[in-house]
Design a protein around this ligand. Structure first.
Ligand code: NAI
Ligand code: 2PC
Length: 317
């Protein structure tokens, strides 16, 4: 069964995806032996920014195995291309091949939302909450999509190095959302009003420093996945007001430019926060929380399972 990007978009629902993501993140961080995920391979092409990535994992508890093979060519749109293959872990049968662009985009934004829910639940209770998205490529667009499907923001600010991307994104949402404003530069004081910021760029230099954000902000830093990439400055990563959470300690220490360059302390993995109200409630409202994600195979597994099981259900009806 092949699912193209339109099929993925139509049939991959966020609510079951968030549930399966929470389960696999929790089990990953508990080192559950039924969930196996080796470090992914990233093969750079001719020493450039372009790369071939391979992300495998096995979940014998759910009875699936998954491997995503993608290319990342940041200069060519879409930057990510490839496929996700889902197998039955009991008999080795191939069950589903799905477009990786849409799976990657939706599962990454869903993980950012899960982190926001766990680390900044107070913000999601505030009717006046402000969301800012930096970078309006594929990830920026899908973060806007997912974050506005799951929560009603009072104001949304968009910034992109290429302003046309931000203008187009605002315009595409104009019939649904009339509270989107554009930021022309990163010195705009409106960033200081943000309760939640998602950074979704392929930047190699820091875009956000400590003085640009308010105390208590929650940041989902999505863009970097190589030691040479980063979106957040050292003063933000290292401030005593900052708590840094990652998707995987092992991956972050190998791939997240912000962590590698700043040597910031990682307080926990996202999976350690699930079913851990004590930890989440214990984070002071004044703390800056940073969720640094680089992406993991178990996220693609979660998305492929939700998609496959839903498509099977539709077939049987
Ligand atoms: N954490 C995760 O799980 C995932 C992370 N990513 C990463 O997120 C980033 C964005 O991915 P896509 O939206 O798919 O790519 P894209 O190519 O669609 O968008 C990239 C955006 O970054 C901006 N950008 C590039 N260089 C910049 C710079 N120096 N300063 C400011 N902005 C800059 C571009 O203008 C564009 O808006 C990439 O680095 C990608 O590798 C992608 C998928 C999953
Ligand atoms: O997890 C993922 O698929 C990726 N992370 C960075 C580039 C692609």
């Amino acid at each position: 069964m092949y699912s193209d990007e339109f099929t993925v978009k139509e049939n991959l629902s966020l609510s079951p995806l968030l549930e399966v993501l929470a389960d696999v993140f929790h089990r990953y961080s508990k080192h559950d032996p039924s969930l196996e995920q080796p470090l992914r391979s990233i093969l750079p092409i001719n020493d450039q920014q372009n790369a071939l990535l391979n992300l495998p994992c096995i979940d014998t508890q759910r009875g699936y195995m998954c491997v995503k093979t993608i290319t990342s060519f940041p200069g060519i749109l879409p930057a990510i291309d490839g496929v996700v293959s889902l197998f039955n872990s009991n008999n080795g049968r191939l069950l589903l091949i799905a477009d990786a662009k849409e799976i990657t985009a939706r599962r990454t934004a869903a993980v950012s939302f899960l982190a926001t829910k766990l680390l900044a639940s107070n913000k999601l209770k505030n009717e006046n909450a402000v969301l800012t998205i930096l970078g309006c490529g594929v990830q920026g667009r899908v973060h806007l999509d997912v974050f506005t499907e799951l929560f009603k923001w009072n104001k949304i600010y968009l910034w992109s190095r290429n302003m046309t991307h931000a203008i187009n994104l605002q315009s595409d949402y104009s019939s649904k959302l009339n509270n989107i404003e554009l930021l022309e530069n990163l010195n705009d004081n409106r960033i200081l009003q943000s309760d939640v910021i998602c950074t979704c760029t392929a930047s190699k230099e820091a875009l956000l420093s400590l003085h640009q954000v308010k105390k208590g902000v929650h940041i989902n830093a999505v863009g970097s996945f190589r030691a040479t990439m980063r979106e957040l400055a050292d003063d933000l990563m290292l401030s005593s007001d900052t708590t840094v959470i990652v998707d995987s300690k092992e991956s972050a220490m190998k791939e997240a430019g912000e962590i590698i360059q700043s040597k910031a302390e990682i307080v926990a993995e996202l999976g350690e926060l699930i079913e851990n109200n004590e930890f989440c409630d214990g984070i002071s409202k004044d703390k800056i929380t940073i969720f640094k994600s680089v992406g993991m195979a178990i996220e693609d597994l979660a998305a492929a399972i939700v998609l496959y099981e839903y498509l099977q259900e539709c077939r049987e009806k």
